[in-house]
Design a protein around this ligand. Sequence first.
Ligand SMILES: C[S@@+](CC[C@H](N)C(=O)[O-])C[C@H]1O[C@@H](n2cnc3c(N)ncnc32)[C@H](O)[C@@H]1O
Length: 282
Amino acid sequence: MTASILAEAIRMLQDGGITNARQEAGWLLNQILNSDANTGAGQPRRPAADLSPEQEKQLRSRLARRLAGEPLQYIMGNTDFHCLQLDVGPGVLIPRPETEQLVEIAIGLFPGHGDICDVCTGSGAIALALAATFPQARVTATDISARALAWARQNASRLQLANVAFYQGDLLAPTPPAARFDLLTANPPYIAPDDYMRLERTVKDHEPPEALIAHDHGLAIIKRLARAARTRLNPGAWLICEIGDTQGPPVAEYLYRQGYQKVEIRRDFAGRDRFAVAQQPA
Ligand SMILES: C[S@@+](CC[C@H](N)C(=O)[O-])C[C@H]1O[C@@H](n2cnc3c(N)ncnc32)[C@H](O)[C@@H]1O
């Protein structure tokens, strides 16, 4: 019975134009079969053949949401990011794989102890991956969106990462005024309004626009952050910011003009400019 439902689910997703239909159908079905809510926590899992009518109803409802264009991660309620599994849902950006590379750059530059600030934290992805990697570090994370921060706090609590504090507000403004940081990370909104209009519907219809759009050709928030960070970074501290693939030259120039040193634009695995790295002068 389960095999025929799986085959039907794959066909439905394929007909709906989902490229990863086979994998997605498998993940959706497995999540329902393996959910403690369905089996009762601590109870043995149902054998695969024993998909109950209630479970079949759940699967059909989740397939309908997927076919209506909702991102798979919202339907599943979670996504993998770096070393963690994060809860995600409406109101928060789904962390993207290239942002894991930003975490790797940060790990390579941070001495292992001291103060980290992750601005525009969303689900907490970067902040929590760094907090898990560096238990001795104190991590501060900010976001302007109360909905996004609710997901970030939920993730920190479920992952039992106590070395992270969250603040709601604009960039660095909500952090304690005396706080100075040894590393500042950010994946801010950097998509120009015109480019946003060309994004795929799954993103535009479901993920929060305030997580993606920035004025001034997508550079407005990056520039404000670069200015603000100059007054909040310790000597020798690093700023690492995700950028759009055409923004390398203007961002590098802006960082130099703000007085940063060792400015570098790093590429993602696809060879595109995606990360600006700069050091606060000693
Ligand atoms: C591109 S998302 C990145 C989320 C997360 N860091 C990640 O990589 O998945 C940008 C985030 O910045 C937040 N944001 C937008 N404008 C902001 C501002 N002025 N100050 C702080 N956060 C802001 C949005 O709410 C959103 O959560």
